[in-house]
Design a protein around this ligand. Structure first.
Ligand SMILES: Cc1ncc(COP(=O)(O)O)c(C=O)c1O
Length: 224
């Protein structure tokens, strides 16, 4: 999530199919290889325009090591043609226009990742401790941040500060899953923290072209 990396191998112990959501984590590494290459199932990437590697419209990619799944997915995205329409078909082919843009931007991916990591480090090193819900030394190993979030206890206070300084921010997930009607039956007490966190998490300005002076200005407003 946000480009942080979880311990994928722990899930592999369960021997269940794994669908890895790498929509926010392109460029992140796990055990010295890129995320998405560990599982034996499928890994999904998003190239939505705002993503770390963004097209100019909707686009995405699924990768797998399984020939069977690959053949099936190729058929599904192309109206089911190549498997005689036995699968649930859809028209989900990527547009050549988006792919040309992505291939060109792929040449710059390392630069985008470098700039994002530089900005992350400035935030990490300079934002005050209370703005996080965990020690500042959280493990950033292998991560490739797409969104930079803080999780202060009193988030309204910090949102007010940002508003007053005319600094934009985002609330990416205003509700936890169990607050949505279709998942509400799954609520149990173990999920109580999931109700609290959406109210606290704030996404700060974070993009590769960001002016470093602006990053320090935001830090100053928040730490003040
Ligand atoms: C974690 C995560 N998963 C899945 C998606 C869906 O990606 P797309 O909109 O390209 O289908 C997104 C996009 O925002 C995402 O952030």
């Amino acid at each position: 999530m946000y480009g942080n990396v979880c311990d994928v191998e722990k899930f592999e112990e369960f021997e269940i199919p794994i669908i890895e959501d790498c929509a926010q984590s392109i460029g992140a590494t796990y055990n010295n290889h890129h995320v998405g290459l560990s599982g034996n199932s499928i890994s999904c990437y998003s190239f939505y325009p705002s993503k770390t590697l963004g097209a100019m419209g909707d686009c995405g990619m699924i990768i797998t090591k399984s020939k069977e799944l690959s053949d099936k997915m190729k058929s599904i995205i192309d109206c089911g043609k190549s498997r005689n329409f036995i699968d649930f078909p859809m028209n989900a082919r990527a547009s050549n226009f988006q792919l040309i843009i992505l291939l060109e931007k792929l040449n710059h991916l390392d630069d985008y990742l470098y700039s994002r990591n530089k900005i992350m480090k400035i935030y990490d090193d300079n934002l005050s401790f209370e703005l996080f819900n965990q020690p500042k030394s959280f493990d950033r190993k292998g991560c490739s941040l797409y969104v930079y979030v803080i999780c202060p206890k009193n988030s309204e206070y910090y949102k007010n500060k940002l508003d007053k300084a005319n600094i934009g921010y985002g609330i990416h997930y205003p509700k936890s899953l169990v607050e949505h009607d279709i998942f509400s039956d799954y609520y149990n007490d173990n999920l109580r923290y999931s109700l609290e966190y959406p109210k606290r998490v704030i996404s700060l300005p974070f993009y590769p072209e960001m002016d470093v002076d602006d990053v320090y200005k935001i830090i100053e407003v928040l730490n003040d």
